[in-house]
Design a protein around this ligand. Structure first.
Ligand SMILES: [Zn+2]
Ligand SMILES: [Zn+2]
Length: 262
């Protein structure tokens, strides 16, 4: 499998996960131009995309969907809540498949397992993607808190994309209005760097190859701070693992990440 973050952050999210035969986009929250460039870096074009999987209807996950759909006729997979919450401006008339948390579905040689997350959207999910050869990628962004179900879906993955949205102190002392701060910090908001590190500590295992931190806030986080906070959480935490046991990287808000092959 190959995974690449084409864009990740509160201003737009699009993740590529695919094999030689099947190519998925998870969300389309950035411009078509950016997605085409990101795919180009992987040697792929829009026509190669097999399906688009949505996590939820917030604009940072669907803003580029409509334009994208004008240029490629690929099926869209989302929960009924997400599909119902999409406005006419979000999407065109492409084929839509309704999915549900806890019900796996296959696309080519990939199997996607959507799982529910705690976020203030209609029916948000994240995904665990398994290739026929056994490779596993799991992602969890846009969640205010996690539970055993989240942990179960992230356990045993080769590569993880985890939200490290904000530094709590930067958020608390930053410019956001109080209600927005409360929303982000709440159970249906976003994972802080500390929470991200704590979650990662729960799913470390011998086979973990790489962890990408993503969905960083522009105003309330810094790449170095996210990296260092999560690294320290792993180092200081009560696990036999060290941050040097796997590749830890931070997905850029606007630029494609390195492609991870595993
Ligand atoms: Zn969201
Ligand atoms: Zn988001």
């Amino acid at each position: 499998m190959r995974v690449c973050s084409i864009a990740s952050g509160s201003s737009g999210n699009c993740i590529y996960a695919g094999t030689d035969h099947t190519h998925l986009l998870i969300d389309a929250g950035c411009s078509k131009k950016k997605i085409v460039e990101g795919l180009g870096g992987l040697g792929l074009a829009l026509d190669d995309i097999s399906a688009i999987l949505l996590t939820h209807e917030h604009s940072d996950h669907v803003a580029g969907l409509r334009t994208l759909m004008k240029h490629c006729d690929v099926p869209l997979y989302a929960t009924s809540g997400t599909l119902a919450a999409l406005t006419r401006d979000d999407a065109g008339q492409q084929t839509r498949y309704t999915i549900a948390a806890g019900e796996s579905f296959a696309i080519g040689d990939l199997t996607a397992q959507p799982f529910a997350i705690s976020h203030d959207a209609a029916e948000p999910v994240c995904y665990r993607i398994t290739a026929d050869d056994g490779a596993v990628f799991a992602m969890a962004t846009d969640l205010g808190c996690y539970d055993e179900n989240t942990i179960a879906h992230l356990t045993g993955a080769d590569v993880l994309l985890l939200e490290a949205n904000h530094d709590i102190r930067m958020l608390q002392t930053g410019p956001y209005p109080y209600p927005l701060k409360q929303r982000i910090l709440g159970d249906k908001g976003h994972l802080s760097n500390d929470a991200s590190g704590a979650l990662l500590s729960r799913v470390l295992h011998d086979g973990l190859k790489a962890v990408m931190l993503g969905h960083l806030s522009e105003r309330n986080n810094l790449q170095e701070l996210a990296y260092e906070t999560v690294r320290l959480e792993v180092e200081m935490g009560d696990t036999p693992y060290h941050a040097s046991d796997f590749r830890l990287m931070v997905a850029d808000r606007h630029l494609p990440s390195a492609a991870l092959s595993f």
